[in-house]
Design a protein around this ligand. Structure first.
Ligand SMILES: NC(=O)c1ccc[n+]([C@@H]2O[C@H](COP(=O)([O-])OP(=O)(O)OC[C@H]3O[C@@H](n4cnc5c(N)ncnc54)[C@H](O)[C@@H]3O)[C@@H](O)[C@H]2O)c1
Length: 264
C-alpha cells in the first residue's frame, strides 16, 4: 500500500485525535517513514501533553517539525531540508468559529474569512509549490475535505473553503501531471477531533450521519477507515488516480431524502 522506507510528510498534528496522527501511524504501519508537522512549538507541546497513552520512548521516536502554513518561509524551510519526498498529506483547516461558523451565514468579518481561506485552501498550493522540486521521482499529495455537494447547518464558510480547496486539488492535479505527482482529496464523514468539535452543531452533523449513512458511521472509530483511504491515495496502488475526491463517509453523501427504516 505504501512505498516502504520512503518519506511522507503529514501536516496538521494537534493532538492524538487529529486525523493527521491516525494517517501518519497508518503510513508507518505500512513501512513508510513519516515526518509530522505541527503549526508551532506550542502545538507540538500540546500534542505531547495530550498523548497520555504514548510512552516517552514512543513520543521521542516521532519526528515532529514546525510549519505555520501561512508563513511562506516556514513552508520553504520545511522542504529545503528534505530530499526524495514520496507523499504529502495536508490535514489542515481553520476558520474563526465566531464569524465563519454558526447559526448566521452572513458576516462582515472579511479579514477572518481571508485568514480561513489562506489556511484551509491556498495553503495546499503553497505546499505543492515548495514540495514538488523535492518529489523528483513523482509522488502523491492528499488533502482532507468535507462533503461539498450539500450545505450543512453551521458549517458556513468552511464549506466555501472546502469547495475552493477541491478546485485547487484539480488545478494542482493538472499542473503536476507532468511531474508524475498526483493530487487528490479524501472527503471524510464527521470525526470527533479538535477542529470538528469547534464546529457549533457538530452533534447535529453526527446525527445526520447516523440518520443518512447506508453503512453505519462512527465519529470515533471510523477515523481509521479514513486514514486507510488516505494511505491508498498516497501510495502506489492509486497510480493513475489524480484530481479526484474520494468520499469516505459511509455513503451519506449520495443519499437523497432520508434513509427509511426498511432500508436499515
Ligand atoms: N474531523 C472531521 O469531522 C473532518 C471531516 C472532514 C474533513 N476534515 C478535515 O481534516 C483536516 C484535519 O482536521 P482534524 O479534524 O484532524 O482536526 P485537527 O484540529 O486535529 O487538525 C487541524 C489542524 O490544522 C492545523 N492548523 C490550523 N492553522 C494552521 C496554520 N496556520 N499552519 C499550520 N497548521 C495549522 C491545526 O494546528 C491542526 O493541527 C482538516 O482539513 C479538516 O477540515 C475533518
Amino acid at each position: 500500500m505504501i512505498d516502504k522506507n520512503k518519506t511522507y510528510i503529514v501536516m496538521g498534528l494537534l493532538d492524538p485525535d487529529s486525523i493527521a496522527y491516525a494517517v501518519g501511524k497508518t503510513i508507518e504501519r505500512f513501512g513508510g517513514k513519516v515526518i509530522f508537522t505541527a503549526q508551532d512549538a506550542r502545538m507540538k507541546r500540546l500534542f505531547l501533553d495530550r498523548s497520555k497513552k504514548l510512552t516517552d520512548e514512543e513520543k521521542a521516536s516521532l519526528d515532529i517539525r514546525f510549519c505555520d502554513i501561512t508563513v511562506e518561509d516556514e513552508v520553504r524551510n520545511l522542504f529545503a531540508d528534505l530530499d526524495d519526498v514520496a507523499g504529502i498529506v495536508h490535514s489542515i483547516a481553520y476558520v474563526n468559529p465566531k464569524t465563519g461558523l454558526g447559526e448566521e451565514f452572513h458576516t462582515d468579518a472579511v479579514d477572518d474569512l481571508k485568514v480561513g481561506f489562506h489556511i484551509s485552501c491556498v495553503s495546499l498550493a503553497t505546499v505543492a509549490r515548495h514540495a514538488y522540486p523535492k518529489m523528483t521521482a513523482g509522488g502523491s499529495i492528499v488533502a482532507m475535505t468535507f462533503d461539498t455537494k450539500h450545505t450543512f447547518p453551521f458549517y458556513n464558510w468552511m464549506g466555501v473553503n472546502k469547495a475552493a480547496m477541491e478546485a485547487v486539488v484539480c488545478g494542482l492535479a493538472r499542473r503536476h501531471g507532468r511531474d508524475l505527482i498526483r493530487v487528490n482529496a479524501v472527503s471524510a464523514g464527521p470525526l470527533s477531533t479538535k477542529a470538528a468539535t469547534n464546529i457549533p452543531g457538530f452533534k447535529e452533523l453526527g446525527q445526520t450521519w447516523a440518520d443518512n449513512s447506508p453503512i453505519p458511521w462512527d465519529v470515533m472509530a471510523d477515523k481509521q477507515a479514513v486514514a486507510d483511504a488516505v494511505a491508498f491515495l498516497i501510495g502506489p496502488y492509486s497510480k493513475k488516480i489524480t484530481g479526484q475526491i474520494l468520499y469516505v463517509d459511509g455513503g451519506a453523501s449520495i443519499i437523497g431524502g432520508k434513509m427509511l427504516d426498511h432500508e436499515r
